[in-house]
Design a protein around this ligand. Structure first.
Ligand code: ATP
Length: 236
């Protein structure tokens, strides 16, 4: 049994269907990339897993339990952390206050000290800036804080939505390095990216979404070598 099993989900915004029979798996310890262009349905997929959107049909199982009947906070408590696109932080709170505020679940509070040590080890700059207001951080530091806030939830599955978006190339490299470190720590990761090349180079497996449907899947390496991917996403 996979850690996360998404089976034939159909998701709508009102009358508009955004996902069509989307199915995929994430095994424990795996890094799976969900790639595709703008508007393909990547964010919608993550919202469905987090319980923000409810599929009209299909199932989403995490550790064998169906998430589609659960409320978003129950899903977080079960071990799923979703780091949304756009680094949603409290700009008027300090870095440390942001981290404390993120650890609001029972599951997170039980391991607060260990999680804080972990994120400060992963991002030493956040320790240095712990009493600085989050709104004064650079773009790269804000993204690190957003990831750190997700990690404070003590997740078993970390879902990252476009962590590299809007960052300068050097910072993009740093964020991908961080994702690799998290994988090496044994965390299971579902990574949504428009940066198809980098995401597939790092991922164990990948799925390609086009207009709400999964059109291809394979190992990261297979997808990187796939002629259709090369033409459509890698500009070759
Ligand atoms: P992006 O990287 O731009 O977020 P994406 O692959 O994550 O792209 P989604 O944001 O999931 O794509 O969008 C999938 C489809 O659903 C698009 O057609 C989009 O216009 C539509 N959509 C997304 N959010 C909403 C919403 N809140 N209300 C109505 N339609 C939406």
């Amino acid at each position: 049994m996979a850690l996360l099993e998404v089976r034939n989900i159909n998701v709508y915004y009102g009358d508009m269907q955004a996902l069509w029979d989307v199915s995929f798996d994430v095994d424990e310890g795996e890094l799976v990339a969900l790639v595709g262009s703008n508007g393909a349905g990547k964010t919608t997929t993550l919202r469905a897993i987090s319980g923000i959107l409810r599929p009209r049909s299909g199932t989403i199982k995490f550790k064998g339990i169906d998430l589609t009947e659960m409320k978003p906070h129950e899903i977080v408590e079960s071990g799923v952390a979703h780091i949304p696109e756009g680094r949603q932080l409290f700009p008027k709170l300090t870095v440390l206050e942001n981290l404390k505020a993120a650890a609001y679940t029972k599951r997170a509070r039980e391991r607060f000290n260990e999680s804080l040590d972990f994120v400060f080890r992963l991002f030493p700059i956040l320790r240095e800036r712990s009493s600085q207001l989050a709104g004064t951080l650079s773009g790269g530091e804000r993204q690190m804080l957003a990831i750190a806030r997700g990690l404070m939830l003590n997740p078993e599955l970390l879902m990252l939505d476009e962590p590299s978006l809007g960052l300068a190339p050097k910072l993009v490299q740093e964020i991908f390095k961080t994702v690799k470190e998290l994988k090496d720590e044994g965390l299971t990761i579902l990574l949504v990216e428009q940066n198809v090349h980098q995401a597939l180079a790092l991922a164990d497996r990948g799925y390609v979404l086009e207009t709400g449907r999964i059109v291809l899947h394979g190992t990261g390496k297979e997808l990187l070598e796939n002629p259709r991917i090369k033409t459509a996403y890698l500009g070759m």
